[in-house]
Design a protein. Structure first.
Length: 298
């Protein structure tokens, strides 16, 4: 018996083509060199007073201590989490609604799917500048014509309302990809399940809540994680629409790291900020996956 097991293991090893190792090992080395080496270097920079050039000194945890005492950093984290949660919720609600609609028996389904997917194919910066013009000119003119005070001035110049254009543009462009994922999930559900539910007297809402939504569990998990991750990394929208203003009201963590780290002389300080942000994103992703995985098992 032992001899047969050894023979089986030997045959399995013999069947593995060495070409697989020649393809995977160099790829793994290149991947590690361009990803993990810079990542480790960045962590090392966060413990120095480096400005990105010239000499630097080791200062320990001083950058990290200063981060937790910096009100601007706290505001950036608060604003980032606020818009990220709002964007993720809106994206998933709208995407699921559109997916169910596009999966139903309507005419020109292919055409509608193409139309809804177009925003995702466009560059975020270009779309951002287009919407910046809309929010700066036509929309205030419309507000003045209708006598709506809060709309008569550009929301981009109002510190209390500047988040609205950012959320709107982010949701408008992100919905397309999430809709596609939900459509893929809907294709996996057997139509006979709905037919059986109809025979039992279930209406459309009951069919969605009792059948569609539970069976879309894995796709809800994927979309929730991806949409929140993308929203937490909001950057292009900020660059195109507000530039972090007015009065630093719309600075996200990504934008703050870029603006102050690369152009503001705070290279090591913002590198420490990036390390903290990476840890936060990893924790959020882990909590999301754990929560939704448990929900799928219920």
């Amino acid at each position: 018996m032992k001899d047969s097991v050894k023979t089986t293991h030997t045959n399995i090893r013999a069947k593995v083509d060495r070409a697989y190792y020649w393809m995977t090992i160099p790829a793994a080395i290149i991947f590690a060199f361009f990803l993990y080496v810079p990542f480790i270097q960045g962590i090392m920079y966060s413990f120095t007073n480096s400005q990105g050039f010239g000499d630097s000194k080791w200062i320990g945890f001083s950058n990290y201590i200063a981060l937790f005492q910096d009100e601007r950093v706290w505001h950036a984290y608060g604003f980032t989490i606020f818009i990220a949660v709002l964007i993720a919720v809106l994206v998933n609600l709208i995407a699921m609604f559109l997916a169910v609609l596009l999966n139903s028996h309507i005419a020109f389904k292919g055409g509608f799917r193409a139309i809804f997917f177009i925003p995702y194919t466009l560059a975020v910066l270009i779309i951002g500048y287009v919407f910046r013009y809309i929010f700066m000119n036509p929309l205030p003119a419309l507000g003045q014509a209708l006598g709506i005070d809060w709309l008569s001035e550009s929301m981009l110049t109002n510190a209390q309302l500047a988040w609205i254009p950012i959320v709107f543009v982010s949701v408008w462009q992100s919905v397309a990809y999430n809709t596609l994922l939900y459509l893929a999930g809907l294709q996996t559900i057997d139509q006979e399940v709905y037919e059986a539910a109809e025979i039992d007297g279930a209406n459309a809402w009951q069919g969605f809540w009792k059948i569609t939504f539970p069976l879309l569990g894995p796709f809800v998990t994927i979309n929730a994680v991806l949409s929140l991750k993308g929203a937490l990394g909001a950057f292009d929208q900020i660059v195109a629409l507000t530039g972090g203003g007015p009065s630093e009201a719309t600075e996200t963590v990504s934008y703050l790291i870029y603006s102050n780290g690369l152009t503001g002389g705070e290279y090591a300080y913002q590198t420490a900020d990036a390390v903290v942000y990476f840890i936060l994103l990893a924790l959020i992703g882990f909590v999301q996956l754990t929560f939704f995985s448990k929900r799928e098992q219920i």
